[in-house]
Design a protein around this ligand. Structure first.
Ligand SMILES: [Zn+2]
Length: 100
């Protein structure tokens, strides 16, 4: 993951960046594990304490005691990628052949 941190307000930091790499995921059809290549833009607002605003364009992550745990951030991004629906190449191939 790479990116820039910009303090926009007293207790608010913007994280704009890019997350890329390989992530092991599980196929929702057959349960087989395979790797997907990730390359996506990341825009997070990091709020020191409870964030009271509302933001449509960015996900808000709250942190406490003035400390941002980037490892934890990356881990949670990685978890949310895993939680997405993924279909392995084999099952995709099967779909194309019209087995529905
Ligand atoms: Zn599959």
């Amino acid at each position: 993951m790479e990116g820039d941190l910009t303090r926009t307000q007293q207790s608010l930091v913007d994280l704009k960046g890019r997350i890329h790499g390989k992530q092991e995921v599980e196929c929702i059809r057959c349960g087989e594990r395979f790797f997907v290549t990730i390359d996506e833009e990341l825009f997070l607002k990091l709020s020191d304490g409870v964030y009271r605003g509302f933001d449509e364009e960015a996900d808000v992550v709250e942190f406490y005691r003035g400390y941002i745990d980037l490892d934890e951030l990356i881990a949670s991004e990685s978890e949310s990628i895993k939680a997405d629906y993924h279909i392995c190449p084999k099952c995709k191939e099967g779909e194309k052949n019209g087995s529905s």
